[in-house]
Design a protein around this ligand. Structure first.
Ligand SMILES: *Cc1c(COP(=O)(O)O)cnc(C)c1O
Length: 365
């Protein structure tokens, strides 16, 4: 049986009539930028996250950049980021001229270690950007406590965490502000590029509103040098349709994660372990094994596609060849990571095939 890592067209097949309806509605109305679909999506997504404000923007990277600018992060400032994140987190910091300070995850976790954050703080540190990697919420109580102590801004990179929950609160409402990506493969994905910010802070909200639209809130009046980082009506409309299914889809992901976890007990493969009061959005299901390459090719021979998130950490990328451009407190080794297929459109047969594949690799059955 073929198990693709992700089948992006599956959501369109499932929601075709609703999505087609958006297309015809927006096309017929003739209002393609900054209209009703966007403002409705913004209030619906803010409500979903439990945040006061949401601003739809062009993509996740731009969302992070807008927040750093809104908080006044300047060239030479230091911003604490995880060593094992997708490079966008670092690129956002670099693009405003600030210095990414890379901090490693806690042992037995994929998320940034609060104790190591404290150790990395200098007088230049202005912000910390915890990433809820793979959908697992960071240790936000600890991070917020440290941030308060040192007057740092907490910007969540929630690109992988739509619907993730930490002690009863959703990602997007766990720091000072959050950035989301709605890249097609994310839990809440558009059919093109899209993103948003959420915050409870009215000042930051107003700043981001202006910065995403040429520095303007009133047409042809430009208060700051802004960007064109807008989210269009078609994508906003599609996102509204998918948002209504997000909780149910995340529940399906959680069910698959539980099945994997149960089934791999006793095997020499480590599965993610979460605290009792935390729910991952299960954007990815990442296992750790010292036989990664062997397991990967064994599964591929059975038709099961796996991926590695991420094969090369940002600090080892050519983009960061200039060692002055970032500060590394500890290097990160991703050689044991393997992401198994997980997603709401996976059939029970596909899930069973992944489980059987992993079991037969370890048990030789
Ligand atoms: C996807 C992603 C981003 C960037 O989002 P884009 O919409 O692709 O710009 C940023 N951070 C993390 C952790 C991501 O996974």
């Amino acid at each position: 049986m073929q198990v693709p890592f992700l089948d992006l067209s599956a959501t369109y097949k499932e929601l075709k009539s609703e999505l087609d309806e958006v297309y015809f509605r927006v096309m017929t109305k003739g209002h393609y930028i900054m209209g009703d679909e966007l403002s409705r999506f913004e209030s619906e997504f803010a409500k979903y996250c439990g945040a006061k404000y949401c601003v739809g923007v062009s993509n996740g990277l731009d969302a992070l950049v807008l927040l750093l600018k809104a908080y006044g992060i300047q060239p030479g400032d230091e911003v604490i980021v995880p060593s094992n994140t997708f490079i966008a987190t670092w690129l956002a910091v670099s693009s405003v001229g600030a210095i990414p300070v890379s901090v490693a995850p806690k042992a037995d976790s994929f998320n940034i270690d609060p104790a190591k954050i404290s150790a990395a703080i200098t007088p230049k540190t202005k912000a910390v950007m915890p990433v809820h990697l793979y959908g697992i919420p960071c240790d936000m109580d600890e991070i917020n406590k440290i941030a308060k102590q040192y007057s740092l801004v907490v910007i969540e990179d929630a690109a992988q965490a739509q619907g993730a929950n930490y002690k009863g609160k959703y990602a997007g409402n766990l720091g000072d502000a959050a950035a989301f990506s709605f890249y097609p493969g994310k839990n809440l994905g558009a059919y093109g590029d899209a993103g948003s910010i959420t915050t409870n802070d009215p000042v930051i909200y107003e700043k981001v509103l202006a910065l995403r639209n040429y520095g303007s809130v009133e047409k042809y009046v430009h208060k700051v040098q802004g960007h064109n980082f807008r989210l269009d009506e078609l994508q906003a409309g599609f996102l509204r349709v998918r948002l209504a299914h997000l909780s149910a889809w995340n529940k399906k992901r959680e069910d698959i994660a539980k099945k994997y976890t149960e089934s791999f007990k006793g095997l020499e493969v480590k599965v993610p372990v979460l605290a009792a009061d935390v729910h991952s959005s299960w954007h990815l299901f990442v296992v750790q094994t010292n036989r990664r390459e062997e397991l990967r090719s064994f599964l591929q021979q059975k038709g099961i596609t796996t991926l590695i998130h991420y094969p090369i950490p940002p600090a080892k990328q050519e983009a960061y060849a200039d060692k002055e451009s970032f500060i590394e407190t500890e290097s990160y080794d991703s050689s044991q990571l393997l992401s198994l297929p997980i997603g709401p459109q996976m059939s029970a047969e596909m899930v069973a095939a992944v489980i059987a594949g992993v079991k037969s690799f370890y048990n030789k059955i």
